[in-house]
Write a protein that binds this ligand. Structure first.
Ligand code: FE2
Length: 308
């Protein structure tokens, strides 16, 4: 079955473009590839012409999730399956495809309304990727730009959609409770990256977080330092997930949804991989920010003392 090959790009509509540029270049270590006439920024994390597009608008949300297919034939096959699944597919104009720097583009929404695109023929950058802040570089290329966690009120139906229509494969589930709240997530892969997309539950936005992976653990620690110095709200401290093995932290983007910055994700071999269900979200760490707060100094009123 023709399947999507990788998560090619993400497009975010953001209300504070200047804050996003400071965040993307100064915390994440991405590189600005181009600026569009409408103010949109194209950002790189590898040899592709771009991987994240940040465009001005009020939504502060994921505006498009771009799936790469190999060629016209693969695109035709996936489009046919989308239509058979009842998803309206909108062919893009050559101008819209040029905006994405791809040869061919179609748009659709997944069964939960998450704005999505299929493309083939992505342009490469004219210069090698180099980030002053992320010396080791990002794990991207054939594995795609990273991963994304999207809204999916019906996990089982969403899993069937991504399996049957896009051709993704199940990696595993995580089913547990966090602070008394049930968590039930499915993780799906398109290539050797453990997951390109995960989902399981309703969200206020289309996206919960996107993930970027670096090649050296120190580059996670350095990004953690930069996030703290930039006073980004930390959502989860450093920790390791049991399923993809990623050592990562989570913080909030200027748009309110989160990013994960990690290292050490396992790769999946479809010939031998057996999907399982994990009973916890983290082997260690990933604590919420309250754990970071220093103990309040006792005031004289607390001890009954009247002070010096
Ligand atoms: Fe993640």
């Amino acid at each position: 079955m023709s399947a999507v090959e990788q998560l090619g790009y993400l497009v975010f509509e953001v209300s504070d473009l200047a804050a996003w540029e400071r965040f993307a270049t100064g915390v994440l270590g991405l590189v600005v590839a181009e600026r569009e006439d409408d103010g949109a920024l194209l950002l790189r994390n590898d040899e592709r012409a771009w991987r994240i597009r940040v465009e001005p608008g009020p939504a502060d949300d994921l505006a498009a999730l771009g799936w790469q297919v190999a060629d016209d034939e693969a695109m035709d096959a996936v489009v046919a399956r989308l239509k058979a699944a009842g998803c309206p597919v909108e062919p893009a104009s050559p101008e819209q495809a040029a905006t994405r720097r791809v040869a061919r583009l179609v748009r659709y929404r997944d069964l939960n309304g998450v704005p999505s695109e299929l493309f083939c023929g992505a342009a490469m950058a004219s210069s090698p990727f180099e980030s002053d802040l992320v010396a080791s570089g990002f794990v991207a290329g054939e594995l795609g730009m990273g991963h994304c966690v999207v809204r999916a009120p019906d996990k089982a139906a969403t899993q069937r959609f991504y399996e049957d229509v896009l051709g993704l494969r199940l990696s595993d589930h995580i089913t547990c409770e966090i602070f008394g709240f049930p968590v039930d997530l499915a993780f799906m892969h398109a290539n050797a990256r453990h997951h390109s997309v995960a989902f399981g539950g309703e969200l206020d936005k289309n996206i919960h977080h996107f993930m970027l992976e670096v090649r050296h653990l120190d580059d996670v620690g350095l990004a953690y330092d930069r996030a703290i110095r930039a006073r980004l709200p930390i959502a989860n401290t450093l920790g390791r997930h049991p399923n993809d093995g990623m050592v990562s932290f989570y913080a909030h983007t200027p748009s309110g949804f989160q990013f994960e910055f990690g290292w050490g994700g396992v790769e999946v071999d479809d010939a031998t991989w057996q999907p399982t269900t994990h009973g916890r979200i983290s082997d260690w760490g990933h604590h919420p920010p309250v754990r970071l707060q220093p103990r309040r100094k006792k005031s004289p009123a607390d001890s009954g003392e009247t002070g010096p």
